[in-house]
Ligand binder design. Structure first.
Ligand code: COA
Ligand code: MG
Length: 288
């Protein structure tokens, strides 16, 4: 799961384009990109589109529903679970308990719709509220979790920050904290960390830098808001041939030495954490 492209759920045109964008996952949005007056229409458009088109496309489909306190999520799930999306993105998650809460709801919809129990995955947005950031340590491994991601826009609004970035374009401390906690929470929950969106969609150079930094830091994918961002994500988050060769050399060195604790390759020490990193990269290369 490298690229996840948001598509407003009330736009048939963008849904069509989204499924042709090359994204690994299309996130059909019923939340912040859909006006309050268009929620019902978006459910209908998204449901019809997913029913008719998604299964033929080979692209993963997630639905971003409205949050647990919105009063809208039950109608969202009742409509969309009829077409069995691969997963649900949960916005404004406040803690691990919210994932359990959604999981309980999904179980009922799976039973109602003849969907295999437990097969609908969840990706929570864990930093959109102040409480959510502070509860990053409450997430636990859960079979439905497919990843975790974070958002800066809602958090800005929640805390009253007029901007998330300084004059040089770097995230300010609170947003760097949110980003960091997402990496740690995902690792502690044995799931993937997915980096947040970059709204300035014409600026692909800065976007690429962000992808490179995210991949370096341990994120395995990034969300997009525009089709032009997808190719950049796929390129940066697909391990390069050199990286694969380097990792394979590490794995081979351990194997041929009889799986010891530590080996030397070209005058450098490699111990068990290096082996784990190499194995992770090879696994990512395989799924990409
Ligand atoms: N998914 C699918 N298609 C998209 C798209 C998206 N996220 N964003 C743009 N497109 C399409 C446009 O419809 C347009 O199609 P056309 O050439 O047939 O007219 C084409 O790609 C080029 O778009 P462009 O003109 O560059 O941008 P725009 O002004 O039409 O759209 C946004 C800009 C920001 C409104 C649009 O990218 C968008 O809706 N993004 C998703 C927003 C979202 O879901 N936010 C919630 C999560 S943060
Ligand atoms: Mg939002």
């Amino acid at each position: 799961m490298r690229s996840l492209l948001f598509v407003p759920g009330d736009s048939e045109k963008k849904l069509e384009k989204g499924f042709q964008s090359g994204a690994d996952i299309v996130i059909v949005d019923l939340e912040d990109s859909v006006a309050p007056t268009s929620k019902a229409a978006a459910r209908d458009i998204a449901t019809a589109f997913i029913r008719e088109r998604s299964h033929a496309s080979g692209v993963g489909v997630y639905v971003r529903v409205n949050d647990l306190s919105s009063g809208l999520i039950d109608d969202d799930l009742a409509a969309l679970m009829r077409v069995a999306p691969d997963g649900i993105m949960l916005p404004k998650a406040n803690s691990g308990a919210d994932v359990s809460h959604l999981s309980a709801k999904l179980r009922v919809h799976e039973a109602d719709n003849g969907i295999i129990d437990g097969s609908t995955r969840i990706i929570p947005l864990i930093t959109e509220t102040a409480a959510g950031v502070l509860a990053a340590g409450s997430y636990r491994p859960e079979p439905r979790l497919a990843g975790m991601t974070w958002g800066a826009e809602d958090l800005s609004a929640a805390i009253g920050a007029r901007t998330a970035r300084d004059a040089a374009g770097r995230y300010t401390d609170v947003f760097r904290l949110a980003r960091t906690l997402t990496l740690l929470a995902a690792s502690a929950s044995e799931t993937e960390a997915i980096d947040t969106v970059f709204p300035d969609f014409r600026n692909l150079d800065v976007f690429r830098e962000q992808c490179v930094e995210a991949e370096r830091d341990g994120f395995t994918g990034k969300m997009a808001i525009h089709p032009a961002q997808v190719a950049v994500i796929n390129e940066v988050f697909t391990p390069s041939a050199e990286a694969v060769a380097r990792s394979q050399a590490v794995v081979d060195a351990f194997r041929s030495a009889g799986n010891p604790g530590v080996v030397a390759i070209d005058g450098k020490m490699y111990d068990r954490p290096h082996l784990r990193l190499a194995e992770r990269l090879l696994a990512r290369a395989k799924t990409a």
